[in-house]
Design a binder for this molecule. Structure first.
Ligand SMILES: C[S@@+](CC[C@H](N)C(=O)[O-])C[C@H]1O[C@@H](n2cnc3c(N)ncnc32)[C@H](O)[C@@H]1O
Length: 252
């Protein structure tokens, strides 16, 4: 399978350098109202795991077998087996949900606009009438501002056996095709600060405008309920960092 960003290459390191939990309380609150929830692009379960542990009925999908392997290792398999390896653009689960959600701006990884539309149609088909689709994105201007071509440090993270992981990256923005592309560099040092391994991961995101997202969703049959600018429930404005959409599949 051809992946936009091949997280298989760094799945074993992902939980070490992505430890943020700024959105977990929001998702716990959002999910309270729903009985059958589908989380797409779940990765190693950063958002899924706290929700499953709180008892929410979650099905999780990602197309990276390695990210899902890390996720499964963290779960008590007897408690949860609804972790499915599929491409969101060709989703076929044979089931309908009352909430579908995509945390952590991950829909932007579908950089082909036609495939993104295909994914939104698939999501629509997987929702019950009246079901909701919650889709997170960054505010486009905020996203573009950080793509200045400069090498930046993401951080220095402890690994097991006295090793250290250093992650750096650069991003560039192409206004012509509304794509941010770049590379992340991963360096692993031993206890004597000697470099023992180096990897890189090419990255590629779309910068998706509010209009584009709304049009694609409305063409699929969704109506817009709300656009939030943060994870506290405040409305989206030009100053917001985030642009989180709540859509509804028309009730029958
Ligand atoms: C940035 S990671 C986010 C993972 C997780 N949601 C989190 O918050 O840490 C994006 C994930 O989306 C997955 N992904 C990207 N495109 C996909 C697609 N078309 N179908 C399924 N998964 C996809 C990647 O494999 C990766 O695990």
């Amino acid at each position: 399978m051809n992946k936009t960003i091949d997280f298989d290459l760094v799945a074993d390191l992902y939980d070490n350098y992505v430890q943020t939990d700024f959105d977990i309380a929001f998702f716990k609150e959002l999910c309270k109202e729903y009985h059958n929830i589908l989380e797409l692009m779940c990765g190693t379960g950063r958002v899924s795991l706290p929700l499953i542990e709180s008892g929410y009925p979650l099905t999780c999908v990602d197309y990276s077998a390695e990210m899902l392997r890390v996720f499964r290792r963290k779960l008590d398999a007897s408690k949860h087996d609804k972790i499915i390896c599929q491409d969101v653009c060709n989703l076929d689960l044979g089931e309908q949900f009352d909430l579908v959600m995509i945390p952590f701006n991950s829909i932007a990884e579908i950089t082909d606009a036609e495939k993104r539309k295909q994914a939104i149609y698939s999501i629509y088909r997987h929702l019950l009438p009246g079901g909701k689709f919650f889709c997170t994105l960054y505010h486009p201007a905020y996203r573009v501002k950080s793509a200045d071509g400069n090498i930046k440090a993401l951080g220095k993270f402890p690994l097991e056996n006295d090793k250290t992981l250093m992650v750096t990256y650069y991003n560039n923005y192409s206004d012509k095709d509304k794509i941010i592309s770049g590379t992340q560099f991963y360096e692993i040092y031993d206890g004597k600060n000697t470099l023992i391994e180096k990897r890189y991961l090419d990255i590629r995101f779309s910068v998706i405008s509010r209009d584009e997202m709304q049009i694609a969703a409305s063409e699929a049959g969704f109506s817009l309920k709300e656009v939030y600018g943060d994870y506290q429930g405040n409305p989206y404005s030009n100053e917001s960092m985030f642009m989180n959409f709540l859509f509804e599949k028309q009730p029958e």
